[in-house]
Ligand binder design. Sequence first.
Ligand SMILES: [Zn+2]
Length: 176
Amino acid sequence: MKIPSLLPACLALAASAAAAHEPGAHVHGVAELRIVVDGPQLQVSLESPLDNLIGFEHAPRTDVERTAVRHMARTLREVGSVFAPSAAAQCRASGVQLASSAALGESIAATPADGDGHADLDADFSWTCDHPQALTGVDVDLMRHFPGLRRLKVQVAAPSGQRAVDLVPGRRSVTW
Ligand SMILES: [Zn+2]
């Protein structure tokens, strides 16, 4: 019997199709982005299989792997290169926190590993906006920087309500 070739290379939760739709499911190529707007504060949390960002999910062992980790950390810490909140809102990035269950170095915090051979990257970004009433969306350029990321499942909690949207390559705008 032929195995369908469209299956992602790694499905940690392949045993249950339903489980793959639950938050936190580890599916290569897919990541989750949570956006929270609270007064002048904008917070964005990314949870992604590490494979999407650097192509492997363990502590770097070679110079090539160390370079990949450094490049990822540098890209994510240059917040303006990956996220563009509404310009009129005049939001200033106020912090970036990176954490992973793989020991990556580069000042990336370590979180407990699941022990299943997979690892995620958690990234928290925050901004303070001078004109929050003008904050109506954010453009997300993660997929341009990280081609291994093919789908971003976005959840927004804003004063106007909650919504969910999927971003795919070529679709980068989230509005609310
Ligand atoms: Zn994995």
